[in-house]
Design a protein around this ligand. Structure first.
Ligand SMILES: Nc1ncnc2c1ncn2[C@@H]1O[C@H](COP(=O)(O)OP(=O)(O)OP(=O)(O)O)[C@@H](O)[C@H]1O
Length: 636
């Protein structure tokens, strides 16, 4: 039975707050709300509403755009969990992955002067390279124009200037530039793309190319709008100039309903070119109806009250939030711990987590160690101390090949490959993994009907699992020969799995294309991580668990923690080593602090250690903690 819009009820949660009900049923809308207000949850519920009532009718899809892969995966998982039968009509990807997929799939539509080959290179220009470029451009100009080019900032040139400039379909016929910035933008494209032997592009450039492809192809515009009549954008406060203008090109049209959610106080991508107030622009350009939510479903009232002290530093009109969480009895939810050394700090954190787990049955993933920056420097002490307490640390910021561990572990293809391995190793009892693997494989199998494809996929998978089991049995991991074969075994297994999944096939590439970097980068990182994993296990049954390190306490930067939540957060390093730049850009730094603080559901422990300096740079924020009566505990 298809519920009517009036009959429809939320999935997996009791209810929504009144403003959320209104926004759920609205057209194009902007939703602003504080941390833990259920913005991402609201998007998952709105997906349910649109799909279950048939307002979004097959084969139409919902396109959800996030900024970080973890957020995109998180939203996709929520929808999968709540609405398994509709999950294939909910496309959740990062902005960069979406624009890159447009370029990869439709680069044939680029106007002739912009032709781009398949093997183009992705690169990230450093500040120094941009500086060098601007100096070089200025060198060929008269004094007045040169000064105007020098006045451009190397930090913001790409995201704010190049990113905000539309490409002309026929650059050779473009009128002469009328300003220094127009000239510099044209030169950038000339040198790195139009007149370059092998074009090199970064994500801002890919975005501009995707924008050009769509602007100049009415057919593609129609196709995209027909496929995605409903578009969601999460963390909208972090939208860059380029992304915003792309959204406008593609979706600011009748027939597309856009829902943008976010929190102005959590804008921590200013350095990467986020718009000053993306919501105000959106409301004006898209005629969006504004909504604000005021509940907090994550944190206890005591933590919400503390967060509010920081919220009003960012926006004095910020409304207080009401916690919907029952507070636990008899606990100290907030404290500042102060230590002489980092070693002592790590020991205290590790011992405390071990004792808390023992007393409560909580899992390592209920805790998080969050720091402003430099987590690599914090890692050794914490790894040692946790290991002495019988626990493991997982540095989500660690580099694996060319990507970060968090991005690798939340990648769809990686999850599929390990899902297949888990099915081969543990017979039966894994219906959820079986469903996930077969549903992903079915989506790309050519075939007559969904049912036929389904059985074919199941048969192929069953056959393949038998082969794989034989290979695993012939490749034991407890070999005592003293020869390290982990690299060879990892390479061989990666090849077999990717052959079976036919990763290189065109259709599959599209399915697995929801990552910003190339497939080869992901597979290389997968192989590297697999080889590292094999060194730590004695049997195949342990591989998937150790690969994901689910039984480890995560260590991550505030930026990586965005959108995530934990029972207990240790906010490490209220000291000058971590916050030395606070005074330079106090607004953005305070927003970063606010994001970190608001990840905690029930307990928040700040740490400071003399070895890394005094809390002086945080000034007013530290004072807020004192004013709130947060106890200071000194460990000597
Ligand atoms: N209506 C609701 N009823 C019960 N629980 C909810 C509701 N909305 C959200 N939650 C829960 O509250 C928590 C926070 O929700 P969510 O992550 O969607 O918040 P958010 O506004 O996106 O937060 P942030 O901006 O901090 O990332 C999640 O555990 C979510 O499942």
């Amino acid at each position: 039975m298809i519920p009517s819009p009036q009959e429809w009820r939320p999935n997996g949660i009791q209810d929504l707050e009144p403003a959320a009900w209104e926004a759920l049923r609205a057209g194009t809308a902007s939703v602003t709300a504080g941390p833990g207000a259920g913005k991402s949850e609201f998007l998952a519920q709105r997906a349910g509403y649109l799909l279950e009532t048939g307002i979004c009718r097959p084969p139409q899809q919902i396109l959800a755009i996030s900024f970080k892969r973890a957020a995109a995966t998180n939203l996709r998982d929520r929808v999968k969990q709540r609405l398994p039968e509709y999950a294939h009509r909910f496309t959740s990807m990062t902005f960069d992955a979406f624009t890159k997929s447009i370029v990869d799939r439709f680069r044939g539509l680029l106007p002739s002067e912009w032709t781009l080959g398949a093997g183009y290179k992705i690169a990230f220009s450093t500040k120094r390279e941009v500086e060098g470029f601007l100096a070089d451009v200025a060198g060929g100009l008269d004094q007045e124009s040169a000064q105007a080019v020098y006045a451009l900032s190397a930090d913001t040139f790409l995201p704010n200037v190049l990113g905000a400039t539309e490409l002309s379909a026929v650059p050779s016929e473009q009128p002469a530039p009328t300003s220094a910035s127009e000239f510099a933008v044209q030169e950038w494209w000339n040198r790195n793309y139009l007149h370059a032997e092998a074009p090199v592009v970064d994500f801002v450039m890919l975005n501009r190319l995707a924008d050009l492809i769509i602007r100049t192809s009415p057919q593609l515009q129609r196709a995209l709008r027909a496929t995605y009549p409903f578009v969601f954008v999460d963390e909208f406060q972090d939208t860059t100039y380029a992304q915003y203008s792309f959204l406008k090109t593609v979706f600011a049209h009748e027939g597309t309903t856009v829902t943008a959610v976010g929190d102005r106080k959590q804008r921590i991508m200013g350095w990467a070119g986020a718009l000053g107030d993306a919501f105000a622009q959106f409301e004006a350009d898209f005629a969006a109806e504004p909504f604000a939510f005021t509940s907090n479903f994550r944190s206890t009232q005591q933590l919400v009250d503390l967060q509010h002290r920081f919220a009003i530093r960012l926006d004095p009109d910020s409304p207080p939030q009401r916690s919907r969480v029952e507070p636990p009895v008899g606990e100290t939810p907030v404290a500042v711990w102060s230590f002489p050394t980092a070693e002592r700090e790590a020991d205290a954190i590790a011992a405390w987590i071990a004792t808390d787990m023992e007393g409560t049955g909580r899992q390592p993933s209920d805790y998080a160690l969050i720091a402003r920056q430099k987590v690599v420097e914090l890692e050794p002490d914490l790894t040692r101390a946790l290991s002495a307490a019988g626990l493991r640390l997982r540095n989500d910021d660690a580099q694996v090949g060319d990507i970060r561990l968090q991005d690798l572990l939340t990648d769809d293809l990686v999850r599929l490959l390990l899902g297949i391995l888990a099915l081969a190793v543990n017979r039966g009892g894994q219906p959820q993994i079986w469903r996930e693997v077969t549903s992903l494989l079915s989506r790309v199998s050519p075939g007559a009907s969904v049912r036929e494809v389904g059985t074919q996929v199941e048969d192929d998978l069953t056959d393949y699992l038998q082969d794989l089991r034989r290979w695993l049995a012939a490749t034991p991991l407890d070999d005592n020969s003293g020869i390290d074969l982990s690299e060879e075994i990892a390479a061989s297994l990666t090849n077999q799995l990717t052959d079976f999944v036919r990763v290189e096939a065109a259709g599959h590439k599209r399915l697995f294309g929801d990552r910003p970097e190339d497939l080869t980068v992901t597979l290389e990182a997968f192989r590297t991580r697999l080889a590292q994993t094999l060194l730590r296990v004695d049997s195949w049954s342990e591989v998937a668990g150790v690969f994901f390190d689910e039984d480890a306490v995560p260590l991550l930067t505030v930026h990586r923690s965005k959108g995530l939540e934990y029972h207990t957060v240790f906010f490490i390093g209220l000291d000058s080593d971590q916050w030395w730049a606070h005074a330079r850009n106090t607004l953005e730094s305070t927003m970063t602090f606010f994001v970190g603080v608001s990840r905690a559901a029930e307990r928040l422990i700040f740490t400071q250690c003399d070895q890394r300096g005094a809390p002086a740079p945080l000034g007013e924020l530290y004072q807020d903690l004192r004013d709130a009566g947060v106890p200071l505990v000194r460990f000597d």
